[in-house]
Design a protein around this ligand. Sequence first.
Ligand SMILES: C[S@@+](CC[C@H](N)C(=O)[O-])C[C@H]1O[C@@H](n2cnc3c(N)ncnc32)[C@H](O)[C@@H]1O
Length: 276
Amino acid sequence: MTKPSIHTLLSKAVKKLPRLEVEILLCHILGVTRTYLLAWPEKFLTAKQYSQFQTLLARRVEGEPIAYITGYKEFWSLDLQVTENTLIPRPETELLVEQALARLSPGALVIDLGTGSGAIALAIAHERSQCRVLATDKSIAALNVARANAQRLGLHRVQFLISDWCSDLGDIKAELIVSNPPYVAIADPHLKGEVRYEPHNALVAGKDGLADIRRLIAFSQSYLVPQGWLLLEHGYDQAEAVRVLFKQHTYESITTYQDLAGIPRVTVGQKTSSFL
Ligand SMILES: C[S@@+](CC[C@H](N)C(=O)[O-])C[C@H]1O[C@@H](n2cnc3c(N)ncnc32)[C@H](O)[C@@H]1O
């Protein structure tokens, strides 16, 4: 097998994939930055590196998300490990982090329900060293990835708990509960795209995609202090239904925020002072 140079390999592979993706795969295999590829285009790959590249290229061409191929995804400038047991954190979820940070005072307890790779909990812990953060998930495999991410990032104060939404929280009361729950309807055609590689139980929530959101709005209130906040991410067409659910459960100051694409993405509500 002839070993190609970085330049030759890039120019061939861009016929199959966007250049940025090719560069990410190549950097992953060579253990270098993209600047290195620009600085040393004449360098040759070893036979082993070339064969590894061909394998990863084929996986990406098949549609596997690049984050599962490299095992990492950046979220809130944190490099997070992701596996087939965790959702790949999305940029729009940073809106949930922003809205949580805007409501947190020092010493507050925050619970991230359905933490997956730990994205939301770890971003909050990274920004607010004086807050207490509890991250939960029903999936042990996902929680292990989140725990490993916390260790690697030195965010040792974050605590982890296996829990089916609120059922194992005990008698905890938090100032803020945040969640990016599954919210895709079971028959949604988008599930046939690249997301087919992601865990079904991280994405799908019943016939209308609202099954988990209903449970979260109904049960979270008992785990919030009076005037505590519940912040939820939801689908592009679910904001109205989510606001109605918040209202039915007597939340106040209900507001929906749009993500950078102008899509209503996060709805928040405040527990009334009278609800014990
Ligand atoms: C959409 S993913 C969000 C992951 C992560 N918070 C993020 O934003 O990248 C939903 C997460 O909820 C978890 N989950 C699903 N059903 C759950 C339940 N009944 N109780 C707790 N967590 C659940 C899944 O395992 C998954 O990690």
